[in-house]
Ligand binder design. Structure first.
Ligand SMILES: *[C@@H]1O[C@H](CO)[C@@H](O)[C@H](O)[C@H]1NC(C)=O
Ligand SMILES: *[C@@H]1O[C@H](CO)[C@@H](O)[C@H](O)[C@H]1NC(C)=O
Ligand SMILES: *[C@@H]1O[C@H](CO)[C@@H](O)[C@H](O)[C@H]1NC(C)=O
Ligand SMILES: *[C@@H]1O[C@H](CO)[C@@H](O)[C@H](O)[C@H]1NC(C)=O
Ligand SMILES: *[C@@H]1O[C@H](CO)[C@@H](O)[C@H](O)[C@H]1NC(C)=O
Ligand SMILES: *[C@@H]1O[C@H](CO)[C@@H](O)[C@H](O)[C@H]1NC(C)=O
Length: 526
């Protein structure tokens, strides 16, 4: 959209600014509702204005229903178009195995000639959006379903439709390049690479072959860290966003463990089990490596970060194994994933994100996968407020009542000893660092370290790793002329871990750190 001329902008701004004083009567005299013009303003104005005009709970996306092919059409009252209906039609225009679909949306009875309705459409496999300004039938194309699972889901449960606040238009436009990240194809991979280059300054230089290292497991030891970076599909998109908001150049982690017979194992939180759940698992190296080489469709890039010999000497294997096995089979730590990143009220959100956008995403997620992630986040938020069983809107109201804000609520540090309804929680990196903590690597200050506050970047920045390149295994970075301080063992592009192996642990480390792109600079004592 072209920017409106400045005087018009000023006029609109004034109108919008005055509207909260007396919104209804003023609106009655004008040919349009002042809030209708919000989408015309640049995002930097529209979003703060909307925030000022509305209570946080009113900014949440509203679930209007699911459009399906079998149940007739879905009807609801939009914010602009008072009569809105939607239905789904399956087609096979591309001649692919599962075909695609067209979402029909018919809108009419607009309450003013300047208003528009913005919608987000979601399945568990994609999220996308569109906006409508004209009274007529519109269509939205799903060219091809991602696969059988999405096809079956939409057949039985439809596409979920959420009505957004009109002032979110700019925010959604600014997030435009986020939506393709989740596609599981070459285009999705290119989107992820493009996004990380543009927003983080990542380089993605191609390495010479071999892209898989012929490793010898005799050279891998207990406590060696695995930094993984996935760049395709659902996990790829998810990791790209996690990297962008946290400043980490890897999106997943695991740890090597040797047992008393010398057999090598991998401890991983976020392992896909056969039921498609993400769990904590301790599994034989061969099984893990075989999965990463042949079955992981996210094009994983993997680096082995060997522990420093002094750390290895300090490492209590008995205690590490005890902790790892006590967590084996537990669910992945969604509870604490979000909170490791958000430490500050405004210095952790790269624009256009803010606490309200996070709340919006959680609302959509809650609706789509209720048994899964967002419920779990709600539990974490309840813990922070000392409440029980409140859902997200109720949590927002409760926070406001207490004179606090959702942004502030998100900054309250996670405590490593919090126990959730499904047990103790550990995200991928929290699990690895809990093992380090159990093994004594944070001694003597381990009681003042909350590992759930560490991002992946915080983990690989710890000065725990090998710093003498002549002690790295012989096969390390085999065939690559560029010498890395760690061993990349899989991947077409060279991995980079800025800040690797530089920070000594200190009490209350990482509990108040900003993280803003593109530099993600970090005060030394946060
Ligand atoms: C779409 O067409 C292709 C080729 O004609 C066919 O193999 C596939 O089964 C069709 N898919 C559906 C969902 O009808
Ligand atoms: C269709 O209607 C039935 C019965 O009203 C309901 O149980 C089902 O969830 C609906 N399906 C969709 C996709 O809305
Ligand atoms: C891998 O290395 C081992 C010796 O370390 C060697 O015997 C084997 O042939 C190598 N495999 C490949 C595919 O190069
Ligand atoms: C290692 O951990 C085990 C189990 O927690 C403990 O019994 C043992 O004393 C520890 N060893 C050392 C050297 O600290
Ligand atoms: C690095 O390791 C090699 C081999 O163990 C050793 O000879 C050398 O002194 C070490 N360098 C430093 C700076 O510690
Ligand atoms: C590696 O770290 C140790 C202390 O942890 C230090 O004494 C040594 O000089 C470092 N070596 C190199 C090559 O930087």
């Amino acid at each position: 959209m072209a920017s409106p001329p400045p005087f018009l902008l000023l006029l609109l701004l004034l109108l919008a600014l005055f509207s909260p004083l007396n919104p209804r009567s003023r609106a009655a005299k004008l040919p349009f509702h002042p809030e209708d013009i919000l989408p015309l303003l640049p995002r930097q104005l529209s979003w703060p204005l909307l925030n000022a005009l509305r209570r946080p709970v009113d900014l949440l996306p509203t679930f209007v229903g699911a459009a399906s092919a079998s149940n007739g059409s879905l009807e609801w009252k939009g914010a602009c178009f008072y009569e809105s209906t939607a239905w789904m039609e399956f087609h096979n225009k591309t001649g692919s195995e599962f075909g695609g679909g067209t979402l029909h949306i018919k809108v009419s009875k607009a309450h003013s000639w300047t208003c528009m309705d913005i919608y987000v459409f979601a399945t568990p496999y994609r999220v996308t959006w569109d906006y409508y300004f004209l009274s007529r039938e519109h269509t939205f194309e799903f060219k091809e379903w991602e696969g059988k699972a999405e096809f079956e889901y939409v057949k039985s449960r439809g596409v979920s439709i959420f009505l957004m606040q009109a002032g979110m238009l700019g925010t959604l436009q600014a997030l435009w390049d986020v939506f393709p990240l989740f596609s599981n194809n070459w285009w999705g991979e290119k989107s992820n690479i493009g996004f990380l280059k543009k927003h983080m300054g990542a380089t993605f230089e191609q390495r010479p072959q071999p892209w898989v290292t012929n490793i010898s497991i005799d050279d891998i030891h207990t406590g060696d860290f695995l930094a993984i970076s996935k760049i395709r599909g659902r996990w790829g998109g998810f990791e790209t966003l996690e990297k962008w908001v946290s400043g980490a150049y890897a999106g997943h982690t695991a740890v090597c463990l040797k047992d008393s017979e010398g057999k090598l194992w991998v401890g991983e939180s976020g392992h896909d089990n056969e039921q498609g759940e993400d769990i904590i698992a301790v599994l034989p190296w061969d099984e893990w490596w075989e999965f990463e080489l042949n079955k992981d469709d996210s094009n994983p890039h993997i680096a082995l970060l060997p522990l420093h010999p002094d750390m290895r000497a300090k490492f209590n294997e008995t205690a590490a194994w005890e902790y790892a096995l006590s967590m084996n089979g537990k669910p992945y730590g969604y509870h604490n994933m979000l909170f490791s990143w958000i430490d500050t009220i405004d210095a952790n959100y790269p624009p256009p994100l803010d606490a309200h956008v996070v709340a919006s995403v959680m609302t959509v997620w809650n609706q789509i996968q209720p048994a899964y992630a967002a419920n779990i986040l709600n539990e974490a938020l309840n813990k922070r407020l000392g409440t029980e069983g409140l859902d997200l809107p109720e949590l927002l109201v409760e926070t406001e009542t207490r004179g606090s804000s959702f942004a502030e609520l998100l900054t309250i540090p996670e405590q490593d000893d919090w126990v959730y309804s499904d047990g103790k929680s550990a995200s991928c990196v929290a699990f690895v660092l809990e093992i380090y903590k159990a093994a004594g690597l944070f001694d003597p200050i381990s009681s003042s370290i909350q590992v759930t506050e560490f991002t992946i970047k915080d983990a690989y920045s710890l000065r725990f790793f090998e710093n003498n390149s002549s002690r790295l295994p012989e096969w390390c970075n085999d065939g690559d002329g560029v010498e890395l301080p760690f061993c990349q063992i899989r991947g077409r592009y060279r991995m980079e871990l800025p800040g690797y192996n530089t920070v000594d642990p200190y009490p209350h480390m990482n509990e108040m750190c900003p993280s803003l792109p593109p530099k993600y600079s970090r005060p030394s004592d946060c």
